[in-house]
Design a protein around this ligand. Structure first.
Ligand code: ATP
Length: 307
């Protein structure tokens, strides 16, 4: 039997997050353009006498170690489909900020699924793996696929996108997380307060920006900078007003564009090149408006077995 399987899965930034009105089922339709970036979690799956989760890394104390962990849920979902016991030890080496709007939990879910599939020799098809990912959460299928993709529906209906180059980023990691449902609720509240309504009947369907898709396809960083958009940004800043200072610090520090990543509170800064990304990171650190800074690039590949 295989001793253990190691899978690496990437973080993401939403280069466009267009949020439609609130649906009767409580979700929002999205036009969600994902870009996977080179920050990773690694999940190691080892045979055990019961399902066990452990975590290491700077944010490990914030990772749930029970069956609410997306890695545990992925193992249970695959085991249930195959009628096998989920007797596995999943160790998460966590490098993606927790509750940071970078899909860290989703990365762990996709990684655990792939790792258990390999460990148990279940031989699930790509389609079945993607189905399980979609059951686990809206961002999980993208963590499996990586690269760049347009997500429709709740974000789980994925269409891979072509990219024509590498995009360089600095990320400002905040102290503490933001709850994704709370940010959506705040988005609805702000929309209602502005008098436009917040329901799917009152608001137009969210659409991807042709200019943004074009910028990704051609690898044009300047054009991408002009097209970045996040409908959740106002809500994240409303719940965490200090994010406005972080966004300002990165822009003043030379970033081409700044935006909140997904539901935040991580802020993403698009840079001209790797040197510019390092300079922005230094300016962010010097500003004292964030806990940590990470420099990386995308697109990055999706979850893959590395050991
Ligand atoms: P997204 O960008 O997909 O909205 P996020 O990056 O903001 O997600 P996560 O890091 O995925 O947020 O964590 C959100 C919450 O999910 C955490 O507060 C935690 O309670 C729970 N969670 C479940 N599984 C995990 C996991 N493997 N790692 C981190 N958090 C997890």
């Amino acid at each position: 039997m295989t001793a253990s399987v190691v899978v690496r899965a990437p973080a993401k930034v939403n280069v466009q997050l267009a949020v439609g009105g609130l649906r009767p089922d409580g979700f929002h339709d999205l036009a969600n353009v994902f870009l996977a970036v080179g920050l990773h979690d690694e999940v190691t799956a080892t045979p055990a006498d019961r399902l066990r989760i452990t975590a290491s890394g700077p944010d490990a104390d914030q990772v749930p170690l029970d069956e609410t962990n997306l890695a545990a849920r992925a193992a249970l979902a695959l085991a249930a489909r195959r009628g096998v016991p989920a007797d596995v030890h999943l160790h998460i080496a966590k490098d993606i900020p927790v509750a940071g709007g970078m899909a860290g939990g989703s990365a762990d879910g996709a990684a655990a699924l792939l790792a258990c599939d390999a460990l148990w020799g279940t031989g699930a098809s790509r389609t079945e793996l993607l189905e399980i990912c979609a059951e686990l959460g809206s961002d999980v299928p993208f963590s499996l696929v990586g690269g760049a993709a347009l997500g429709r529906g709740r974000g789980e209906l994925l269409e891979p996108l072509e990219t024509g180059g590498t995009f360089h980023w600095a990320f400002a990691v905040a102290d503490g997380g933001l709850s994704t449902p709370a940010v959506y609720r705040e988005c609805d509240r702000l929309r209602e307060a502005s008098g436009h309504g917040c329901t799917a009947v009152e608001l137009p369907d969210p659409q991807p920006s042709p200019a943004l898709l074009d910028a990704l396809r051609t690898g044009d960083t300047g054009a991408l900078a002009g097209a970045l958009a996040n409908d959740l940004q106002a809500a994240a800043v409303s719940l965490r007003p200090s994010l406005a200072d972080t966004l300002r610090a990165g822009s003043t520090g030379g970033a081409l564009a700044a935006l909140v990543s997904g539901s935040g509170p991580t802020c993403a800064f698009l840079a001209k090149d790797p040197e510019n990304a390092e300079a922005v990171a230094e300016a962010l650190l010097a500003s004292g408006t964030c806990r940590a800074v990470r420099v990386t690039s995308g697109p990055a590949p999706g979850a893959m077995v590395v050991g």
